[in-house]
Design a protein around this ligand. Structure first.
Ligand SMILES: N[C@@H](CCC(=O)N[C@@H](CS)C(=O)NCC(=O)O)C(=O)O
Length: 103
């Protein structure tokens, strides 16, 4: 289980589930990806990382879903199963900041 944002186990489980609905497409040497990974580390956000430079499946998923091989990109699966592909490191961080304040 990820670091809890709350003392409540139920709330921690809800947060874990929500984090599992996200994945960050990135690669190691990209400075914009580094910025987003740093933010994830600072806030102990256990979001799955998919490395498009070393994982052909991750790269194909990003191109098929997001329309281009540009990183970083945050894949967000919504409760209704629709998927949003969010590009731009600043927009990803802004989204996660808003997500954190809501949780
Ligand atoms: N303004 C973007 C820049 C992202 C960017 O330039 N990423 C590079 C890797 S460092 C990339 O994916 N280039 C391939 C492309 O744009 O098709 C951000 O802040 O996320």
């Amino acid at each position: 289980m990820t670091k809890s944002f709350s003392d409540s186990p139920d709330k921690a489980r809800t947060i874990d589930r929500a984090l599992k609905m996200m994945a960050l497409y990135h690669f190691e040497t990209c400075p914009y990806c580094h910025k987003v990974r740093h933010f994830l580390g600072q806030h102990a956000l256990a979001i799955e990382l998919r490395d498009t430079a070393n994982d052909v499946t991750a790269k194909s998923e990003l191109i098929a879903g997001g329309g281009r091989h540009r990183v970083p990109c945050l894949r967000i699966q919504k409760p209704d199963d629709t998927v949003e592909w969010l590009f731009e490191s600043d927009d990803i961080i802004a989204y996660l900041k808003a997500w954190l304040s809501a949780h």
